[in-house]
Design a protein around this ligand. Sequence first.
Ligand SMILES: [Mn+2]
Length: 329
Amino acid sequence: MKEQTKAIIRLLQQRSSFNLVSHIRPDGDSIGSLLGLGESLFRAGKRVRLFTEDRVPRKYAFLKGSEKISSSAERWLDDAVAIVLDCTDLERTGEFRVPAARSRDIINIDHHRTNSYFGTANLVDASAAATGEIIFRLLEAAALPLTTSIAEALYVALATDTGSFKYENTTAETHRTAAALLESHRLNPGLLSEQIFDLRPLPFYLLLKKVLGTLEFHGGKKVATITASRDMLEQSGALIEDLDGMINYTRNIEGVEIGVMFFIDSPTETKVGFRSRKADVSVLAEILGGGGHARAAGCRLKGPFEQTRERVIEEALLAIAKLEPSGND
Ligand SMILES: [Mn+2]
């Protein structure tokens, strides 16, 4: 076992109170990791508080203890160890960067390649498909409790960060971890998948209908765009979290190379998401002042929407032109 892991296990065993925090706009991995590690420490007799700046998305509300996740920094425990989950840097925690940075001990558990090792103890493994996968191994190594609800939370972390075990980050180890979790408490993967991937409230579908109604193609159907707005959310009764993943419809169209989703946040600001098949959209996003991964990136642009739209489509077409310098496939 690595020295850093041993040091973290010692902290978990010796200290009595912990503030666990994950990133803004929490996803399944952040919620599952918070709940999994949080309940395990609680069962081991520790004082534990769980935090994220934004509310828990509805689809994860069924997980036991999700109502205990707070966005109020007033609940932060003094003299506790801070455990930061699924964050490349402290900025990702939003307002919690302030109390977290003040903590004497900061445990950083993450799986992003770009992690800045901001902790006083760091457990970063870029080969792990999810932070939940690292936590499962940590619980085993530290002989910490694994109940049914902990196993469910960690399974959800794994299933969501791998897009239901479909993305490139899925490894044999991911499947072994999933199998160990399923076996530990006879979890029902069908029911869990239905909750996190399939069942959606009606407003989600009303919103989807509106957003897909804006589908457009450019550059010989190599670029597909969809557009959402605050008005559409309001008209359909949907929440901003209902937009998560909607961009994938663009990339999943046969022949489309770059998928773009616009979210008109205000008359003067638009959020832009990119997905791609071959193109490195992190470069495209960087040109526009944003960033991200090669196949999933984004940026935020000021100015009227029409202007933003034209600029983004122009840059996306240039990125495609660069992919095909010789005109051959
Ligand atoms: Mn993650």
